[in-house]
Write a protein that binds this ligand. Structure first.
Ligand code: ADP
Ligand code: MG
Length: 421
């Protein structure tokens, strides 16, 4: 992909925008871009530098992304949701061997929710943490939808980034030898954080967890020192360390800020679109059948993601078979869970008639195994009945198959499931 039209090749120390930005290390990449930690000489701060592939279609969508990001930045800085979208700082062009690239800079954030899920071994993130994340994402989405008139269209774990403000208060100076006593205390408290995932853990399991945390701490120190070829300010925490801080300082959880990133596929709510949006597992039914979609598509993805954060498994993970397509299976899974087949789905989509017969039954999948969300949560994920009921009551309004009935972000914010944490 490092060829004309593709990514721009970057080496540590490379300078951008009349030498204003100097690259320190890689932060991540996506299908459209590579993202680097860079030092901004003018403001004497670190930024995330996103360098977009140079082919015309990537350039065009990046220019659109900039327009959307500027709208997000300017609309209402006082809104609580403003803080929950990764904000654009600057943008410029860069000419390289593979063409002319759009570049954007953002505030430096930490790991994505995907890394957070991995950190909990894909067995689910503690619900107190998921509630915090959810509340902030609802605020961000409400701001995006109502105030900015923007649909994100690609809500999924890798597009949600974590950050801890004033993070230096949790860090010793990297060059100071760590205090032995403190280490022991740290391990104990991180073990208690991990315990939240498995209430029935035994003593030997606790010991294993402690050992793992020690190893992780050792690795974190290494990554702070070695992955970075240039000297860093002590106040700068590299992104991979946000989760390490949470392990060592569980109390920092109260301060974790969650930000929606990657407006690379976003669009205006006022537009009239028909193209396919969303990553498969988070795709809403109206998009599958090729019907008109709206900002409520983001709410569908959000519900799918919350389920996944809590359980470690996809809510819908469709597969194609010899007699049916992935889309058929996806619609079947949705109908099995929500147990409704609204007319909007069976008749209004461009492809509705490919999927549904005259009586509204699926053409290619006859045998459905209905399963209520509440029962899935209780039977498969062992939630106590009252918790399964409450969570199902929270998720169901966002999983309304009929888009018009699906709840908006603002209306979800006062739900009881979010209270008390
Ligand atoms: P793409 O449009 O190519 O998918 P993204 O905006 O999603 O690009 O960025 C790709 C990856 O780069 C993200 O998944 C994340 O790991 C990292 N990244 C993006 N923005 C930031 C940021 N502000 N701070 C830290 N890492 C970031
Ligand atoms: Mg992305």
């Amino acid at each position: 992909e490092y060829q004309p039209g593709g990514y721009h090749p970057v080496s540590f120390g490379d300078q951008f925008h009349q030498d204003r930005y100097k690259v320190v290390r890689k932060l991540g990449w996506g299908h459209f871009s590579t993202v680097w930690l860079a030092h901004d000489k003018e403001k004497n701060m670190y930024v995330a530098l996103k360098i977009v592939k140079s082919a015309p279609r990537f350039t065009q969508s990046a220019l659109e992304e900039i327009k959307l990001l500027e709208k997000v930045k300017e609309t209402n800085k006082e809104a609580v949701g403003w803080n929950h979208i990764a904000q654009l700082l600057d943008h410029f062009w860069h000419q390289g061997p593979n063409g002319k690239h759009v570049c954007m800079t953002f505030e430096v954030l930490g790991e994505s929710l995907l890394s957070l899920m991995k950190r909990f071994n894909h067995r689910g993130i503690p619900s107190a943490m998921v509630k915090r994340i959810t509340r902030q994402l609802l605020l961000g989405l409400d701001y995006l939808h109502r105030e900015c008139g923007i649909i994100h269209t690609d809500i999924k774990p890798e597009n949600v980034l974590l950050w801890i403000p004033n993070v230096q208060s949790y860090l010793g100076h990297p060059s100071q030898p760590s205090d032995n006593q403190q280490q022991v205390q740290q391990s104990a408290s991180s073990a208690s954080l991990l315990n939240q995932t498995s209430p029935g853990s035994t003593k030997s399991r606790k010991r294993r967890v402690k050992r793992r945390i020690k190893k992780q701490q050792a690795r974190a120190t290494v990554s702070l020192h070695e992955e970075c070829p240039l000297p860093l300010e002590p106040s700068l925490v590299l992104p991979s360390s946000v989760l390490d801080i949470l392990l060592v300082h569980p109390e920092a959880l109260d301060r974790v800020v969650v930000k929606l990133a990657d407006l690379g596929n976003a669009c205006w709510t006022s537009g009239d679109y028909g193209h396919v949006i969303q990553t498969r597992q988070y795709r809403s039914p109206e998009v599958i059948v090729g019907a008109r979609w709206s900002e409520r598509a983001d709410m569908w993805s959000l519900a799918c993601m919350i389920f996944e954060l809590l359980t470690g498994e996809f809510l819908f993970d469709p597969r194609g078979g010899s007699k049916f397509s992935k889309d058929d299976d996806h619609l079947a899974q949705i109908i099995e869970l929500m147990q409704v087949v609204p007319r909007s789905l069976t008749t209004l989509g461009e492809y509705s008639r490919e999927f549904f017969g005259k009586n509204g039954q699926l053409r290619n999948i006859k045998k459905l195994r209905y399963r209520r969300l509440r029962d899935v949560l209780h039977d498969s994920f062992l939630l106590p009945p009252s918790e399964a009921d409450l969570l199902s009551h929270f998720l169901s309004p966002m999983l309304q198959v009929e888009m018009e009935k699906r709840r908006a972000a603002k209306a979800m914010l006062d739900h009881q499931w979010l209270c008390g944490h």
